[in-house]
Ligand binder design. Structure first.
Ligand code: GDP
Ligand code: MG
Length: 706
């Protein structure tokens, strides 16, 4: 099929990001519905629309899980990149943020800003992604648009301004006032939300005088703010001249693209209200690939930064961001192209592996089918077939012009589970399937326990691991016995020690000699920005440890730290200084220095006072007033801490922290102490030292485990 060409400025690569349950899936489905319907309006007979809707919905249930779905709206092509809402899948969020150009952040109009929304918001800040906010669920009892706007302003971005106001009729949410055009959009009884009535706000008899005044005030505040971003608006504002809707829209676009201003829209996905205006806003205010600044890349084996601008005429460069296995097509690789163009059948270079691969097919995933296309060019997102040796995060480029694009950061696995195949057949199947599944999601880690021969898988949380086990079971019919999930501890020391490691060996006539002296102390490393967990410094002189052996010395330390000593868990948060050593012209080698430094490091850890670190989660619990006492008691009994209790009418919102290890079975327990009325959400916060008495118990248990 020949694809219709969309110029770059008519393309939007966007994602919906949200706290779980805010309505991401529902909003996405509705958008696919409205864009699909418009696309095929001529073919849909009156009266059969409902049927289509249900059939499509069924199909969407599958396609919605694909990494990027393409849809069309008012001459624009919109690629919707899937971002999961659950904290266990942070890597997926990182991955999508890396490749999308703009995002819609969805909030629940009852709960306001929730913890995971804060996390993804800050992630999006890091990647400089222009956003708009959509306050969903305004049909619900207790929905409060003004409150939600306040929480967005106070917790996320003070420069957030509503572009709409909700309209209620006897407590029913029926539509929105558009502050930009000063029009009202009111939906009637028709359930699919395809029809709505448009009126001029000022003339409308359905809107109260109070509401009209409120709208007028908000509109003026919006325009005043926009004059910071747009010269024309500023002049007209100061001269008290009329500013046209088109001028306001152009200023909103500028402000939004600056990443320093958030337009807020509202609606109800479930009740099919105000979604069309949201899609309009995506097209009007979110960036096209042309609007994003050029991205930084490196030439292989060099630190030289090159800038890549999104242009079709340059050499091809793209980032692979997801590699799912499709049951019909086989291994798919999703590519975000940054520059150039390639055609089906072309050879490309995987810069990370150094291997050439051939692209045999290029696909667009529409809401209900795959569409074959001939090429992929700058700014686009497509799935390709044929890149069998490519993983997520790899750079794919023109075969003669390699560049490494900034890769994707992966989070720390905090929980593990042991699995054991039931039969010989299961064992064989597991051996072929597991590596494929692990490749799809690089935040699963496979550990082979050397002593027991057990297969241990590490991941982001209980649910993350559960999903992997379910897939083995359901998709591949592999039966496994599953151990209890356990959290991943770390170790550190709390004091400062000096140590020495000497290797002196004579094998035949030839000897091995090296000596390394270390100072090892507790030190909180900023691992987020450095990617390191141990800070290594060298104070030894050339006469003690020659420079050529330094890499070997460092490798010896890193390897022993990874193996752990107290419980077999990784040692981190240390500063290790090489303070001295000795070598021999004849007998010293890399291997000798590596062994000597590893001996010195182990000696230091043995001498020092070691402690366990455990993963701590940030938790937010929402509970009716009446159960507050019970909920807090329960949290305390899990070594949890209450940081703040906020109040919203008769609902209490508790912000706190709790060790991951104490959260097993928490949801059942919370339900039972609150008669099902309280809910919670959780995400990884940081590693913290375990209290000594508890540490002892855990170490004993772990020693039994290892
Ligand atoms: P996600 O976790 O963000 O993908 O949220 P879902 O789209 O799965 O929605 C979570 C729940 O909220 C589902 O039961 C939806 O039916 C419901 N929901 C979504 N949007 C709305 C809405 O606008 N109003 C109401 N009342 N419920 C909604
Ligand atoms: Mg969902």
């Amino acid at each position: 099929m020949k694809k219709k060409d969309y110029p770059l400025d008519k393309i939007r690569n966007i994602g919906f990001i949200a706290h779980i349950d805010a309505g991401k899936t529902t909003v996405t489905e509705r958008i696919l519905f409205y864009t699909g319907i418009v696309h095929q309006l001529g073919e849909v007979h009156e009266g059969t629309a409902t049927m289509d809707w249900m059939d499509q919905e069924k199909e969407r249930g599958i396609t919605i899980t694909s990494a990027a779905i393409t849809c069309f709206w008012k001459d624009h092509r919109i690629n919707i990149i899937d971002t999961p809402g659950h904290v266990d899948f942070t890597v997926e969020v990182e991955r999508s943020l890396r490749v999308l150009d703009g995002a819609v952040v969805i909030f629940c109009g009852v709960a306001g800003v929730e913890p995971q929304s804060e996390t993804v918001w800050h992630q999006a800040d890091q990647y400089h992604i222009p956003r708009l906010a959509f306050v969903n669920k305004l049909d619900r009892v207790g929905a409060d648009f003004d409150y939600t706007v306040q929480t967005i302003k106070s917790k996320l971005q003070p420069n957030s301004y509503p572009l709409q106001l909700p309209i209620y009729k006897e407590d029913n949410f029926i539509g929105v006032i558009d502050l930009v055009s000063e029009k009202t959009y009111i939906y009637g009884e028709e359930e699919l939300g395809l029809k709505y009535q448009v009126e001029n706000l000022k003339e409308s008899e359905k809107i109260s005088q109070d509401m009209k005044e409120k709208a007028e005030i908000l509109r003026m505040t919006l325009i005043e703010k926009l004059s910071d971003y747009d010269e024309k608006v500023l002049q007209k504002f100061l001269g008290e001249e009329t500013i046209t809707p088109a001028e306001i829209m152009s200023a909103i676009r500028k402000a939004t693209l600056s990443c320093d201003f958030i337009p807020i829209l509202c609606g109800s996905a479930l009740k099919n209200k105000a979604l069309q205006m949201l899609i309009d806003a995506v097209v009007n205010y979110l960036p096209s690939p042309k609007d994003i600044p050029s991205i930084a890349a490196k030439k292989p084996n060099s630190d030289k930064i090159v800038k890549i601008s999104v242009e079709e005429t340059k050499f091809f460069s793209a980032l692979a961001f997801k590699t799912p296995i499709d049951s019909y097509v086989g291994k798919l690789t999703y590519l975000r192209a940054y520059s150039g163009k390639i055609n089906k059948g072309d050879h490309v270079l995987n810069v990370n592996t150094g291997k050439k691969e051939r692209i045999t097919r290029i696909l667009h995933m529409h809401s209900n089918k795959h569409v074959n296309v001939d090429s992929i060019s700058a700014g686009e997102i497509s799935a390709v077939v044929g890149l069998d040796n490519t993983s997520s995060g790899d750079s794919i480029t023109d075969k003669n012009h390699p560049v490494l694009l900034e890769t994707i950061k992966f989070a720390e696995p905090v929980m593990s589970i042991a699995i054991e195949p039931k039969t010989k057949k299961d064992e064989n199947d597991l051996e072929t399937i597991l590596p494929r599944l692990l490749e799809e999601d690089p935040t699963y880690y496979l550990i082979e326990d050397k002593d027991t021969g057990q297969t241990i898988i590490s991941g982001m949380g209980e649910l993350h691991l559960e999903i992997l086990i379910n897939r083995l079971h359901r998709d591949f019919k592999i039966e496994v016995n599953v151990g209890k999930p356990r959290v991943n501890f770390k170790e550190t020391i709390v004091d400062k020690v000096n140590s020495q490691g000497i290797l002196q060996r004579n094998v035949g006539g030839h000897g091995q000699f090296a000596q390394v002296n270390l100072k090892v102390e507790h030190y909180k490393v900023d691992s987020e920005s450095t990617g390191q967990k141990i800070l290594l410094e060298n104070n030894a002189s050339e006469e003690e440890v020659p420079k050529q052996f330094l890499p070997a010395v460092k490798a010896g330390i890193k390897e022993s730290a990874a193996a752990g000593l107290l419980t077999g868990n990784e040692v981190q948060d240390l500063k290790v200084t090489i303070v001295g050593g000795a070598f021999s012209e004849v007998d010293s080698s890399d291997v000798a220095f590596k062994i000597a430094s590893s001996i010195a490091f182990v000696n230091a850890i043995k001498k020092a006072k070691s402690v366990l670190l455990e993963p701590i989660m940030k938790i937010t619990i929402t509970s009716p007033d009446t159960y507050l006492g019970k909920v807090i008691n329960d949290l305390n009994s899990r070594r949890g801490k209450v940081i703040k209790v906020k109040e919203k009418e008769s609902i209490k919102i508790i912000d706190g922290s709790v060790p991951l290890r104490e959260t097993f079975g928490y949801s059942t327990n919370l339900r039972s102490v609150s008669q099902g009325r309280a809910s919670y959400s959780m995400e990884f916060y940081r590693y913290e030292q375990v209290a000594e008495n508890i540490s002892k118990q855990i170490i004993e248990k772990l020693r039994g485990y290892y």
